[in-house]
Design a protein around this ligand. Structure first.
Ligand code: IMP
Ligand code: MG
Length: 182
């Protein structure tokens, strides 16, 4: 295992199983609807890439880049859009795909921003939900796993841009926060 990973919280196998279940749910819920999956870069990429292949429906996907003022592990709720959607969304059902909901401040801002563009609906799917830290009134419509208040990495989640490529979700050791590895 990686030097700075204390323990595996969710294995690759469990991620795969849960993502398949979520894909099946979405396939049922969005049958006959025009669906746009909106991935939030960069953390949602591995999750979204796996999820879309478990959704047995025609769909489109796009990405946004959001930047929250604050440090790398804490969001402030003041959000800037660094990359926006390519098209208007008035005729689509939007499903926002996130890696993790922590305070919920980023998503609350985004959901309101998107609703103002009058799509048919806006819902949220998150791989991980850290509900203990919630500050904004946000409940995901689909949630992969509820997790305790620990800093996790892997499967898209980073610490200072590292560990995104781990195929599992792991808990970062305290040492990693203290000393910056290569
Ligand atoms: P929030 O819900 O606005 O607080 O922000 C969520 C974002 O914070 C996520 O998209 C991640 O980029 C980051 N984040 C929150 N918790 C963690 C964690 O445990 N590991 C890695 N990134 C995290
Ligand atoms: Mg993120």
């Amino acid at each position: 295992m990686e030097k700075y990973i204390g323990r595996v919280l969710i294995s690759r196998e469990d991620l795969g199983k849960r993502v398949a279940e979520l894909g099946a749910e979405i396939t049922r819920d969005y049958a006959g609807k025009k669906l746009l999956i909106l991935g939030i870069l960069k953390g949602a990429v591995p999750f979204m890439a796996d999820l879309i292949r478990e959704i047995k429906l025609p769909l489109a996907y796009d990405f946004m880049i959001l930047s929250s003022y604050g440090d790398s592990t804490q969001s402030s709720g003041v959000v800037r859009i660094l990359r926006d959607l390519e098209s208007s969304v008035e005729d689509v059902h939007i499903l926002i795909a996130e890696d993790i909901i922590d305070t919920g401040l980023t998503l609350k801002y985004l959901r309101e921003n998107l609703r103002a563009r009058n799509p048919l609906s806006v819902k949220v799917i998150t791989l991980l939900d850290k509900a203990a830290r919630r500050k904004a009134d946000i409940t995901p419509d689909y949630n992969g796993f509820s997790i305790p208040d620990e800093f996790v990495v892997g499967y898209g989640l980073d610490f200072n841009e590292k560990y995104r490529n781990l195929p599992y979700i792991g808990v970062l050791k305290q040492e990693a926060h203290e000393e910056e590895g290569p």
